[in-house]
Design a binder for this molecule. Structure first.
Ligand code: GLU
Length: 308
């Protein structure tokens, strides 16, 4: 029998997680380097809209790469699906910011790595970066069910210090696959990454994807079911960078990791979840986040490929 997620003991899970001391906090920008390694929160959002949360689930952090599924969703909507021709959907087996495009086409390999997220940011409708920022913010708010603030210092530093992102954007310009200026694309992407969420909000966003594009709190259809399905499929194959295969075997739930130590999970029809804990492993995945995801998948029978 499948255990009832309404009764799942999240506090006991969190207590187990706190015994894990491995991993390193990202230091790419000062604000991320300052993250509290003891921050640890888990949140589940169930089909009836119930949110189950631990301590710290209301602590804000920058969403970072956990924004990529939602950015891709926005690009799919704004291009009426054409984004699927402009960005590949194959896993790379390489790090999140590898300077590499698809050979032959010059397209970014998939929307869950930086190249693809930069292109997705450039495909969002809007005549200038401010207009694209506003559209992205509106889309994220619909997934979350409320407006989200942006940490302006994080946005500024990531725009300024994201040398590899600038390099990727210039490479896509040189290949003819990116139409906006490289600097515009990096600025818009950096600002999306600097959006502030907490674990409960991120779980609602994951749940909206898991429930076919309908936000379980507001009841609003945020994206068509087909868009939600396409986004979750790419999370399943590419969401954990060069750790995606290992993730799918061990956790079996589509997810997106991020350097802030957040992971957003979407188990179609079953639940949305988020975990945040800043210390990361070598693939940039939260160490406690992975452990929590494995435990939740195992204990609530969420693995996509388990027969029972
Ligand atoms: N903003 C970060 C970057 O582009 C996101 C990377 C991540 O979260 O994995 O470098």
């Amino acid at each position: 029998m499948i255990p009832d997620p309404h009764r799942y003991d999240l506090d006991a899970l969190r207590a187990r997680l706190m015994n894990e001391r491995g991993g390193e906090v990202d230091d790419s920008i000062p604000q991320l380097a300052d993250a509290d390694p003891e921050l640890c929160a888990v949140a589940l959002v169930l089909p009836d809209g119930t949110a189950r949360v631990t301590t710290d689930a209301d602590v804000a952090f920058s969403i970072q790469s956990a924004v990529k599924p939602f950015l891709f969703a926005r690009a799919l909507l704004d291009t009426e699906g054409e984004a699927l021709d402009r960005v590949g959907i194959e896993p790379t087996g390489e790090s999140f910011d590898a300077i590499k495009l698809e050979s032959g086409t010059g397209r970014p390999p998939n929307p869950m790595v930086n190249a693809g997220a930069l292109l997705a940011a450039s495909l969002v409708r809007g005549s200038d970066p401010a207009a694209r920022d506003a559209r992205i913010a509106e889309g994220l708010a619909a997934f979350a069910g409320h407006d989200l603030a942006v940490d302006e210092d994080v946005a500024h530093n990531e725009h300024l210090l994201g040398d590899r992102n600038h390099a990727l954007a210039h490479l896509m310009r040189a290949e003819g696959t990116m139409q906006v200026s490289a600097d515009d694309a990096v600025a818009v992407y950096a600002r999306a990454c600097a959006t502030l969420v907490d674990a409960e909000t991120l779980a609602v966003m994951g749940a909206t994807l898991a429930y076919g594009g309908v936000n379980p709190h507001t009841g609003v259809r945020v994206v068509p079911a087909r868009v939600a399905r396409d986004v979750v499929s790419v999370m399943a194959t590419c969401g954990v960078y060069d750790g995606s295969g290992r993730w799918m075997r061990a956790v079996g739930v589509p997810a997106k990791s991020s350097v802030s130590g957040a992971i957003v999970l979407a188990a179609p029809g079953r639940l949305g979840a988020a975990v945040v804990s800043p210390p990361l492993d070598a693939q940039g995945t939260s160490v406690r986040g992975r452990l929590a995801s494995e435990a939740i998948s195992d204990e609530l029978h969420l693995h996509s490929f388990a027969a029972g």
